[in-house]
Design a protein around this ligand. Structure first.
Ligand code: ADP
Length: 152
C-alpha cells in the first residue's frame, strides 16, 4: 500500500492544496494530510478549524485522512508508515525551499518527496493571501475547497 503524507501549515487549507491531494490520489492509495502544530508559528485558524476544513472538503473520501502533528515531519511520516511526502510547487521560490528539505529528508530516512506542479488556475492561491483578505473582511470562499461552508 502506497501511503503519502501531505504536510503543511494549512492556515487555511485552500483549493490549491485540495487540487494537489485530488491529483495525488491517482498516485497513492492513501494520503494523510498532516497539519503542523508548530508552536512558534502563530496561526489565524486553530488546529481544530484547520482540521474541520479538510474534513468538510474530503467528506466521504476514505483514502484521505487528516492528523495534526508537532514532531519533525519525517518522524511523523515514519510513525504512520508513510513512504512518501507529497508537496505542491507554484513558483521558483518554492523550488529551492522544497529541494533542500526534500534532499535532507531523503538522506535522513530514504523517504522520497513527490512534487506536483500546481494547476495554473490555482498558482496565485495562497493561504497568506486568503488570510490577508479575511483580515479586511473579504469573503474567501473562492480560495477554499468546494464544499467548505463559510463561516467555519
Ligand atoms: P508550509 O508551511 O509547509 O509551506 P503550506 O500550508 O503553506 O505549508 O503549504 C503546504 C504545501 O502546499 C506546500 O508544498 C506548498 O508549496 C503547497 N501549496 C500551497 N499553495 C498551493 C497552491 N496554490 N497550489 C499548489 N500547491 C500549493
Amino acid at each position: 500500500m502506497k501511503r503519502a503524507i501531505f504536510p503543511g501549515t494549512f492556515d487555511p487549507f485552500t483549493i490549491g492544496h485540495y487540487s494537489i491531494v485530488k491529483r495525488g490520489l491517482n498516485l497513492f492509495d492513501e494520503i494523510i494530510i498532516a497539519i503542523g502544530k508548530n508552536q512558534s508559528k502563530k496561526t489565524l485558524f486553530s488546529v481544530e478549524k484547520r482540521i474541520e476544513i479538510v474534513e468538510q472538503a474530503f467528506a466521504g473520501e476514505k483514502r484521505v485522512k487528516v492528523i495534526s502533528y508537532d514532531s519533525l515531519t519525517v518522524d511523523f511520516a515514519q510513525s504512520v508508515d508513510a513512504g512518501f511526502i507529497l508537496r505542491g510547487l507554484r513558483t521558483v521560490g518554492d523550488f529551492e525551499y522544497e529541494r533542500t528539505i526534500g534532499d535532507t529528508n531523503r538522506i535522513l530516512t530514504g523517504i522520497e518527496t513527490v512534487i506536483l506542479f500546481t494547476e495554473s488556475a490555482y498558482s496565485h492561491i495562497s493561504s497568506t493571501v486568503a488570510r490577508d483578505l479575511m483580515s479586511y473582511g473579504k469573503d474567501i470562499t473562492e480560495f477554499l475547497p468546494p464544499g467548505v461552508k463559510i463561516p467555519l
